[in-house]
Design a protein around this ligand. Sequence first.
Ligand SMILES: Nc1ncnc2c1ncn2[C@@H]1O[C@H](COP(=O)(O)OP(=O)(O)OP(=O)(O)O)[C@@H](O)[C@H]1O
Ligand SMILES: [Mg+2]
Length: 276
Amino acid sequence: MDAVNGRGIYYSYDADCGGEPVLQNIAVLIRKGEFTAVLGANGSGKTTLARHFNALNHLQKGQLTVNELDVGDTSRHWDLRRHVGMVFQNPENQFVSLIVEEDLAFGLKNYETPEREIPQRIKKALASVSMDGYERHSLHRLSGGQKQRIALAAVLALEPDIVIFDEATSMLDPKGRSEVMGQMKKLHCEGKTIILITHDIEEAVEAENVILMNRGNILACGTPHEVLTDRALLEQAEILPPLAVQLYYDLKERGVCLAHCPLKKDELVEELCQLN
Ligand SMILES: Nc1ncnc2c1ncn2[C@@H]1O[C@H](COP(=O)(O)OP(=O)(O)OP(=O)(O)O)[C@@H](O)[C@H]1O
Ligand SMILES: [Mg+2]
């Protein structure tokens, strides 16, 4: 089953003035339950494409279904946004209240959740991001990582099938970053479709599939091994290879050939240990 299926997608921010499209003939396929990274340099069109998945950007040209809903049908947009949650770079921009539970309740009320169900839904969402008992906490007293987890809880309270993380870790320190990455992996294990938008190649390594974007186009799709070990492709996308891949090629240039190109640091160590 498809979570996202689109083709022939073009998008221009100033279509009325005949502006250059920032998405050009995009074809995209993401299966339900997959963990997909959308990787590309700044301005390559990642956010513009992802905002189509919950109709924050309206489809101008092409076809797109998300969670089996036709994104071109504006009457389904409200429904679509309940099933496709999005977590952004800066959690502060997503809060509508000062207190954790009020913030989560806002979204639930918007989607007409029965009043009696709201406390339970908030409790469950907070537990799923390991923030149990934070209902009455002030949002401004939380750390960056905790804020991002609350932003995620607000999305999860609506019980979406697809969760999009748009550079959601880029403002966090290594601890906050690994907290949020851990949440993504947990949600993926629970069966949700995860779309991770990033220009950090080491994050993309963690995904099952990678969509590589460049200047409004999709350059390549495939497993991290297929896409992220291809140095020429990454160069074209103006992205540096993962550290392990870079080392593999550096060693090769100095006459040391590893049996396989590693993607992660532990794979690199394993390959190095095989050397005589
Ligand atoms: N609201 C907007 N109005 C006009 N142009 C925009 C707008 N948002 C993005 N763009 C342009 O669209 C192109 C794609 O931008 P987009 O934000 O989708 O890229 P991105 O890959 O998400 O970049 P980043 O890594 O910096 O977040 C860029 O040229 C950008 O300048
Ligand atoms: Mg972006």
